[in-house]
Design a protein around this ligand. Structure first.
Ligand SMILES: O=C(O)CCC(=O)C(=O)O
Length: 342
């Protein structure tokens, strides 16, 4: 029987679970592929099988910043993989599986099939898998280090130092330069839906997802970096999390918080503005999740913020837009292959 999803529940709570969308064999194979791809990327190998014309070659060595965002605190276990869809056909098959896209389309409620916006893999390895603080998927911040601005900042610092020397006061450290923008950049967060696919059972013990029921109804909130050691984790401010019924505890203790415990092959769906987090994984089990982010399908269904990089969006067959052209190219190819195999 095809998996089904509770549309009303998702609208009210901002998230819902569809059990048994994928079979165990497919998920176990994907979990093994996930590990292979992550290990190769950490060795500095360029694992992209899809390329965009004019795109820069990756250097053999990962930059220190890039590596820091990909590994856990032990310095060697994988934390995440960006855009796995570009890196292995197994991800392409799962992201475009009719069982998944039909549910996403039903939840987004557009005039046409849901379109693929982006994808990410969260590894959460045994013992060292770290918690992910509360955040919203339609918000993300970009750390930008612009040489010219750094020079300006250094100049300002010099002037300040001179002034301070004159005033014989102590030097106060200047916070790092940070420019923010919305990452998905979709104006209407309800047009964004994340499908988090459980590659193995996820529960309280290995750091499953947690949600604040109804938190999407209050809209997006500016995110901040609360832990300078992990600048890649931009979080919703603690007071906003508490105001919306959440907590910083694991397991959660907030009045509106619920765990999204899910069996292998189940999919947890959430709205683009729903506050969600995940716990640490002190257990001896893996907790891998493949997150595929869909946008509402149909002519004009997705409108990007002006500063969101929408100029890179390309029309998809459905008439909606795809932010990154590799999804577009592969979706066409996957569909053609599927039609040819009928
Ligand atoms: O898997 C996790 O721990 C975090 C996932 C997440 O934040 C997401 O899928 O949006």
């Amino acid at each position: 029987m095809a998996a089904s999803v509770d549309v009303q529940r998702c609208a009210a709570d901002g998230w819902t679970i569809a059990p048994g969308v994928f079979d165990q064999a497919t998920m176990s194979a994907l979990a093994a592929t996930a590990k292979t791809c992550c290990d190769a990327e950490l060795r500095g190998e360029d694992v992209r099988i899809l390329r965009v014309r004019g795109e820069k070659e990756l250097s053999a060595e990962l930059s220190a910043d890039m590596r820091a965002s990909l590994v856990e605190s032990d310095g060697e276990s994988s934390r995440k993989l960006d855009a796995p869809f570009r890196k292995h056909a197994d991800f392409q098959r799962v992201a475009t599986a009719p069982a998944l896209t039909a549910l996403a389309t039903e939840l987004l409620g557009g005039d046409a099939d849901a379109v693929l916006l982006t994808d990410q893999l969260f590894m959460k390895p045994p013992r060292v898998g770290s918690a992910k603080p509360y955040h919203q998927d339609n918000w993300y911040a970009l750390l930008v280090l612009v040489l010219v601005l750094v020079l300006v900042a250094l100049l300002v610092l010099l002037v300040l130092l001179l002034l301070l020397a004159r005033l014989r006061k102590r030097l106060v450290l200047v916070p790092p330069l940070m420019l923010c923008r919305r990452y998905f950049g979709v104006k209407d967060s309800s047009a964004v839906l994340t499908a988090w696919i459980a590659l193995e059972d996820a529960d309280e013990g290995n750091g499953c997802l947690a949600y604040i029921d109804g938190s999407h109804t209050a809209g997006l909130v500016e995110h901040v970096c609360t832990d300078p050691a992990s600048p890649f984790n931009m979080d919703a401010p603690a007071e906003e999390v508490v105001a919306r019924g959440g907590s910083a505890a694991w397991p959660p203790t907030g009045r509106k918080e619920r765990l999204a415990e899910v069996k292998q092959g189940g999919v947890v769906f959430h709205h683009g503005a729903t506050l969600h987090s995940s716990g640490p994984n002190p257990s001896t089990r893996w907790r891998r999740g493949y997150a595929v982010v869909f946008g509402r399908g149909g002519e004009g269904a997705i409108e990007f913020d002006r500063d969101s990089g929408a100029e890179n969006a390309r029309p998809m067959a459905s008439g909606a837009y795809c932010r990154q052209s590799w999804y577009d190219e592969v979706i066409s190819r996957v569909l053609i292959e599927r039609i040819e195999s009928w």
